[in-house]
Design a protein around this ligand. Structure first.
Ligand SMILES: NC(=O)c1ccc[n+]([C@@H]2O[C@H](COP(=O)([O-])OP(=O)(O)OC[C@H]3O[C@@H](n4cnc5c(N)ncnc54)[C@H](O)[C@@H]3O)[C@@H](O)[C@H]2O)c1
Length: 313
């Protein structure tokens, strides 16, 4: 079955791989990538691309009409670490881009939306281990506040206007094709690059900081599979908890050491430590598993193997 899809923020860490996966599945011509900047050659040369600002409603509407778009994946956002530096810009981008796509769906100009939330919706008062789907939240970062507000608006638009919006709370994502864009879990990507380059890494989070993480292939599979799920099975229209593994910096270091004996890690925590300390260590994602059959495939060992072997080439 083909459908026409628009991705906003397609040139980032997730958007790049999502665009390629959707083009492979639904046909290159049917998946329009867009961003405020140009992306990798792979993105630019494998299908249609539009320079598009996700905060500009009229500009998005024009592209939606032109390509007769049915589904929008909104990946444009300012991430946790950068948002602490530019709070008002983060709020403006993260909220207004979401309102734009929600309002397009409310106006029946598109049929379906994917919008990602994050484990950053949780805060220092949330239970840290096996964090439940429904629990005390109270996020303490600009980014987390924008994601929690976004979740409330998604549920509201679904209940009030019947908007078909679907969402997962991604954990930290690990990928080798594109570098991460200013989050608190970026160390878990940088560490593999540095291990191959200089056999050592200075981590900006301290030893013992255990956070929920996921390999990119799992994240892309989750995204496409919740979008394909039978709407009647989806009991949560704010955002689903989603998990694969949880680890500390020293655990990644140990798994790298199995392949690169000389590798050494040291620690120099910065402002991102406080953000990490406010987030859960592990996530209970049983609602995703029950409602739409989520199953992860990559653990730490397999992730390390994929990262090192692909970055070496
Ligand atoms: N990467 C992670 O670990 C992670 C974890 C949890 C949630 N998320 C969420 O997933 C989504 C995508 O994250 P990512 O890691 O790919 O981010 P990223 O920073 O790598 O990519 C974001 C993209 O949005 C683009 N962009 C910025 N402003 C824009 C604008 N005004 N209009 C159009 N495009 C604009 C950027 O150029 C960039 O290509 C975000 O909503 C993020 O909050 C990511």
């Amino acid at each position: 079955m083909t459908k026409s899809i628009l991705i906003l923020g397609a040139c980032g860490q997730i958007g790049t791989e999502l665009t390629m996966a959707l083009r492979a599945k639904y046909g290159q011509e049917n998946v329009v990538a867009s961003d405020i900047r140009e992306g990798s050659d792979t993105i630019m040369q494998s299908g249609p691309f539009e320079l598009l600002d996700a905060t500009n409603y009229e500009a998005i509407e024009d592209v939606v009409m032109h390509y007769e778009i049915e589904e929008v994946y909104l990946m444009a956002a300012m991430l946790s670490a950068t948002a602490e530096k530019f709070p008002m810009r983060a709020w403006d981008l993260n909220m207004n881009s979401l309102f734009n796509v929600l309002n397009l769906a409310k106006e029946k100009k598109i049929d379906k939306i994917f919008w990602p939330s994050s484990i950053a919706v949780f805060g220092p008062n949330t239970p840290k281990e096996n964090t439940p789907q429904h629990t005390l939240m109270e996020p303490s970062t600009v980014y987390g506040i924008s994601k929690q507000s976004g979740e409330r608006w998604c549920e509201y638009y679904h209940n009030k206007f019947g908007v078909d919006v679907r969402s997962v709370r991604y954990p930290g994502l690990i990928s080798w094709k594109t570098l991460p864009g200013g989050g608190t879990t970026d160390y878990a990507v940088e560490i593999f690059h540095e291990a191959l380059k200089v056999n050592s890494y200075t981590c900006f989070l301290q030893e013992g900081t255990r956070l929920p993480m996921m390999f990119m292939d799992d994240a892309i599979r989750a995204t496409i599979s919740i979008m394909e799920a039978n709407p009647e099975k989806l009991t949560i229209r704010s955002s689903y908890n989603l998990a694969a593994m949880s680890f500390t910096p020293e655990a990644v270091a140990a798994s790298i050491k199995e392949q690169i004996k000389e590798f050494e890690i040291s620690y120099s925590p910065d402002f991102r430590q406080q953000i990490a300390d406010s987030w859960p260590s592990s996530i209970d994602d049983s609602s995703s598993r029950e409602d739409w059959g989520w199953q992860h495939e990559f653990d730490l060992e397999r992730t390390t193997h994929e990262m090192l072997s692909n970055l070496k080439n």
